[in-house]
Write a protein that binds this ligand. Structure first.
Ligand code: HEM
Length: 510
């Protein structure tokens, strides 16, 4: 008994000593540098309202590539170098997402979506589904579908070229129908498609609730504990609608896949491939392996995760071509040499079209479409370069900085970042340079949560750019006096940056 008490006392003393040492060491550590906070509200008034990446870039000049601020108690770290982004985001503890109250379990319950899921087995299983279904060898079976959808897009463009934004953005058209085929092997009907209208409505709702300042509950999460009759709790109605739509968006197309597999009519898709993997006789279920829930959630996430970004890149394409006639002519010459102007380009032509590939890479580099990428959250205290990054910190990367040497640490390779120059991705002999870092990291994210849709993006961009160049000339629009209407090339300043509305002329090539 005395021996037992002694062991207990020693254990208690050791635990207290280690605990004290931890707190003393933690107390000695400082947060990464940043603008000086005010009492209580911290850096609330320093937060930029638009073009936040420009403000963060200027802070980086003063404080370095790891800057920290605090806003009403919430610590935020902003990274502006690829080194810091890679070093931190490779660690599992940096791979959570911040909670957006309106999407949380108690309200819309959209946390099952891959982009919002916390780090853990469920996320791993969903990412396994997406990586498996969107790896280059799996995408090869979808090439005829990509080609057909792009050809339909060209026909619509030929009919009403002025409506090019509408042709890009109407989600039942190009990108929306590609994603539904890819995820479920589902062919969206041109009009009144019931299943697709659920997906579209969910997409519209997501855009509405994510607009800053529209949902008070996002700024004051405690509001969710007020009863529905309380004034100012209108978000409850929206949340109920979102909950129903989100569930239907994930469940209905998966039910369609199961039904068509049973009938033997299922088309190739990520969901069908996943079900087939699970049916293999040697399939072993382990934490993080594919389950029906992971298939439902991963496929249900694709539309919201992959619609807007690709549409924005294609929107940028029209602007870039209208602004850069020489780029357009050079690319058209390359395409014509391969097709002989007797047919449209195909994926088999891709190895012979390095300049077209370079245009696709430059499109996502030139104007990053998610300049601050997506925020991550740290789920354990961590020290980095001697600074404390406490549990709960939101960590963001300034992807816009990728256009500058600061993040690439290679001023030679990326000079003149504001210019649209596909040549920067080619060697002097006009063959491809390997520049995975800039396109992968700065546009598609670093580490464990990087975008799994990169290969799909490449395929859609390649097919659209090559086919558009083969069929149309894009240039500035002319006024009634035949003078060119100048293009400003301006972009919006919000977190999903897009070209400001512009007009251009799109004419079939002779
Ligand atoms: C130009 C096109 C695209 C860009 C610039 C882009 C960019 C991004 C970025 C910055 C992230 C967050 C990375 C991070 O948190 O570190 C992301 C996540 C994601 N993207 Fe993309 N994306 C594009 C297209 C697509 C497409 C076509 C799909 C699907 C077919 C897709 C599916 C996803 C998913 C599911 C996530 C969430 C991953 C996770 O949270 O673990 N993306 N994307």
């Amino acid at each position: 008994m005395p021996q037992f008490s002694l062991a207990l006392i020693l254990t208690a003393l050791l635990t207290s000593f280690l605990g004290l040492r931890y707190f003393l060491r933690r107390a000695r550590l400082s947060y990464p540098p940043g603008p000086k906070p005010l009492p209580l509200i911290g850096n609330l008034f320093d937060l930029p309202k638009s073009f936040s990446w420009l403000t963060y870039a200027s802070w980086a000049k003063t404080y370095g590539d790891v800057v920290s601020i605090v806003v009403v108690g919430q610590r935020i770290v902003i990274l502006t170098s690829a080194t810091a982004a890679r070093e931190l985001f490779e660690k599992p503890i940096y791979s959570d997402r911040p909670t957006i109250p309106i999407f949380d379990t108690g309200l819309m319950n959209w946390n099952w979506m891959t982009q919002l899921t916390s780090y853990g087995d469920q996320l791993q299983a969903q990412r396994r589904v997406l990586h498996g279904g969107m790896r280059p060898s799996a995408l090869a079976q979808h090439r005829p579908m990509f080609e057909a959808k792009v050809h339909q897009f060209l026909s619509r463009l030929a009919e009403t070229p002025h409506d090019f934004v509408e042709h890009l953005e109407r989600s039942s058209k190009l990108q929306g129908s590609i994603l539904m085929s890819l995820a479920y092997g589902y062919e969206v009907k041109p009009n009144n498609d019931k299943l697709f209208s659920i997906v579209q409505e969910t997409g519209r709702l997501a855009v509405t609730v994510m607009l800053p300042g529209t949902q008070l509950v996002n700024d004051l999460p405690a509001l969710q504990y007020l009863p529905e009759w309380f004034p100012g709790t209108g978000f409850w109605k929206l949340a109920r609608k979102g909950r129903e739509l989100g569930k239907a968006m994930a469940d209905s197309p998966i039910a369609f896949v199961k039904e068509s597999m049973a009938k033997g009519t299922a088309q190739p898709s990520i969901a069908r491939d996943g079900f087939e993997v699970m049916q293999e006789s040697d399939y072993v279920l382990k934490p993080g392996s594919i389950t029906e829930e992971a298939l439902r959630n991963a496929c249900g996430s694709l539309y919201l995760a992959g619609f807007d970004t690709v549409v924005a890149a294609l929107h940028s394409l029209f602007l870039a071509l209208a602004l850069h006639p020489l780029v357009q002519r050079k690319a058209q010459a390359e395409v014509d040499a391969v097709t002989g102007r007797t047919r449209l380009p195909s994926f088999d032509d891709q190895p012979h079209l390095p300049y077209v590939d370079a245009i696709c890479k430059e499109l996502v580099r030139w104007r990053p479409l998610a300049p601050m990428l997506f925020p991550h959250k740290v789920h354990e205290d961590n020290t980095y370069r001697g600074y404390l990054i406490p549990k709960g910190t939101i960590v963001m990367v300034n992807g816009w900085q990728a256009r500058f040497p600061a993040i690439l640490q290679d001023p030679e390779r990326f000079p003149d970042p504001d210019s649209f120059k596909p040549e920067r991705f080619l060697t002097d002999e006009q063959s491809r340079k390997s520049d995975e870092e800039v396109v992968n990291g700065a546009a598609f994210g670093f580490g464990r949560r990087h975008c799994p849709g990169r290969n799909v993006t490449d395929a859609i961009l390649f097919m659209t750019v090559a086919s558009l160049l083969a069929s149309f000339d894009v240039g500035p629009q002319k006024n009634e006096h035949g003078e060119e209407i100048p293009l400003t090339g301006a972009y919006t300043g919000n977190s999903a940056s897009r070209p400001e509305p512009f007009e251009c002329s799109i004419t079939p090539r002779d």
